[in-house]
Design a protein around this ligand. Structure first.
Ligand SMILES: [Ca+2]
Ligand SMILES: [Ca+2]
Length: 138
């Protein structure tokens, strides 16, 4: 049986070295890229703390997630409505696609630790007459 040539071995070694020295793919990603296509409710402001991740409407967020969100990123192509109470009730803000709110406790919102249900609107549905919240994700 033919043994691998010296050239083959050196190419293999180079490939391994290249792989080992390459930075992890994640290093180049922004934080929100991990949550592509999700609504992410962060327990702390400035997108810190535990990230509660949603991809569809939830009329009754689990106790662990409810009344905890302090910042939010909408990484989806759909608008979402955040409600103070479960079953899509009480005060509500609509966050357009690919928008974020760094601090839900901002005086204009006063929505810190309030969100208890989330509604994903159909892709083509705008926020309509609902109060809008957030800035485009940078
Ligand atoms: Ca919080
Ligand atoms: Ca609430």
């Amino acid at each position: 049986m033919r043994r691998p040539s010296r050239l083959t071995l050196s190419i293999a070694t180079a490939a391994v070295a290249l792989t080992a020295s390459a930075p992890p793919a994640q290093a180049a990603l922004r934080h929100n890229d991990y949550y592509d296509d999700y609504l992410v409710l962060y327990f702390d402001d400035d997108f810190g703390g535990f990230p509660a991740v949603y991809w569809k409407s939830d009329p009754a967020m689990i106790r662990h997630d409810s009344d905890k969100a302090s910042s939010v990123r909408n990484n989806t192509d759909a608008a979402w409505v955040l409600y103070d109470d479960k079953n899509y009730r009480d005060r509500a803000f609509c966050i357009p696609p690919h928008h974020e709110v760094r601090d839900l406790g901002w005086p204009a919102y006063k929505f810190n630790d309030k969100v208890s249900s989330v509604e994903r609107l159909p892709y083509t549905a705008p926020c309509g007459g609902r109060p809008r919240i957030g800035d485009p994700i940078r």
